[in-house]
Design a protein around this ligand. Sequence first.
Ligand code: HPA
Length: 250
Amino acid sequence: MLAVIGGSGLAGLGQMKVIRREIARTPFGEPSGPLIFGQMNDAPVLFLARHGPGHILAPHRINYRANVWALRQAGATDILAVAAVGGIAGNAGPGVIAAPDQIIDYTYGREHTFCDGSDRTVVHVDFTQPYSDTLRAAILNAATAAGESIVAAGVYGATQGPRLETAAEITRMARDGATLVGMTGMPEAALARELSLRYAHLCVVSNWAAGCGNSTTAISHDAIDSTLDESIGRVQNIIATLAGSFRVAS
Ligand code: HPA
């Protein structure tokens, strides 16, 4: 079953028929909000708002372990992680939708493993390719089928937030090879890998990152909000088409 974790600008799935909501409990505490079980394009879909109802959780406060655990417990096999990001590379301007293929983690102090040695043995999970190839291919196919253009590669740099970055930090990240910047991609992706879930990102660029494009002196929150408003319909189209590919053959 496909699970969608919705980030900023995606508090729900417009085309989802909601069947029930469930407050999940996990050995790691409670997820960000209720799990929403529903149906989309004749396939079962699970939705979770990453920042909680009302967007109240800051990126470093999100219980990523509870979120990922709860989704697996509810039967998810695949996680589509939707995230608003800043664009660093020239092909990542506001309004662009991208499916990155790599991650650089700049976060700190987050609970980033299920296996910290306290009651489970330590696991050094392979993370060479942080995203599932299978799910990425399905996303790219869904975008094509939905007639939406998508940048088919990229390096997602995960920063701590909640503040936006300085221009010098973005310059350093660009030197590192990051093409997109967001605050929630890690440890979410690594936790999904620890549970052997297929995980991939669908990023929507809401602004040029600090120092890039028209963000040389500041980043406008109004512009972020309006770009997200304009783009989210295209994201929803891709998700609905992707959901259809999870239809169980009858
Ligand atoms: N930086 C980090 N996270 C973000 C940004 C950004 O510029 N835009 C949206 N999420």
